[in-house]
Design a protein around this ligand. Sequence first.
Ligand SMILES: NC(=O)c1ccc[n+]([C@@H]2O[C@H](COP(=O)([O-])OP(=O)(O)OC[C@H]3O[C@@H](n4cnc5c(N)ncnc54)[C@H](O)[C@@H]3O)[C@@H](O)[C@H]2O)c1
Length: 310
Amino acid sequence: MADAQEVMMVVARLLLWLVATVYFFLESLVLCLVPRSYRRKDIKGNIVLVTGGGSGIGRLMCLKLAAKGAVVVTWDVSEAGNGETVQQVQAAGGQCHAYTVDLCDRQAVYAAATRLKQEVGNVDILVNNAGVVTGKSLMNSPDDSIQRTFDVNVLAHFWTTKAFMGHMLARNKGHIVNIASMAGKIVCTGLVDYCSSKHAAVGFHEALQTELKMMGKYGVKTTCVCPGIISTGMFQGAGSKFFPTLKPDWVAEEVVDAILMNTSTLYLPNYMWLMPLQIMLFPQKSMDMLGNILEMQDFMKNFVGRSKTN
Ligand SMILES: NC(=O)c1ccc[n+]([C@@H]2O[C@H](COP(=O)([O-])OP(=O)(O)OC[C@H]3O[C@@H](n4cnc5c(N)ncnc54)[C@H](O)[C@@H]3O)[C@@H](O)[C@H]2O)c1
């Protein structure tokens, strides 16, 4: 049982926490008012690895990061996609290296990491972007697809982070970015494996962020990105008339800005942060009704994904 002195100490610390919380709210408010151009860090000469840089927002991020002066590296299972990215970045005057890597293969990830360090250098910013989607109900999802979804969407984050974070910890400087999804915050029918893997990716980001703070490594930043649907082709055919389909170029621009401003969590569109809050506050049956009104049961009805479009 705590004695009176201990209780007083806890009360005093809670009061201090309340004052600090008000300060942190005000700090966020002031930061919102400061123009972005004053908040961006300089990444000139930084080595930035983007997984899944062979298409979609990965390629666009490579282009935008290279335009900021970073030395960009793309890792993709698609050699052709990687080649196209290198060609586009170089044509725009940037530096880009490509490695064909299957992120499902842990040993291949570690081998590629060793080569990258020898041939290009240590990674300053790691962007875990590659992702896959099965797009079928759980009972119709082949076991291999479920396994692949977890391998690419979350387990690969462990291997890449373990491969590159040592250098960041030693310098207390670096950045680990995880491209998750709104499917990592809310759920949707026809996406059980995808939602589970993206919830795990969000958990990975939050747990890693906490661990870094506990270690006192405040110089190693983390960013988690949770976008809604983007018109890259990955979710071709899926969507809802009640939610906007995001333009890939805008998403890539926002993600790069979030990296440069050390944003912890980025929701796209920004107002999507309300949805997880709503789920916490509202009764389950009320959320089920809202889901029906917004026709969420039809979200994946016309999904074709990349399989039929490419
Ligand atoms: N498109 C959307 O609607 C949407 C919405 C929210 C989040 N996201 C997430 O954004 C990220 C990028 O998606 P995108 O829309 O640009 O998709 P995309 O399909 O255009 O790009 C994904 C890239 O990952 C690569 N990849 C897949 N499996 C791989 C593997 N085993 N090893 C190496 N590379 C592999 C692909 O070759 C591809 O180049 C993904 O993590 C995705 O889950 C996408």
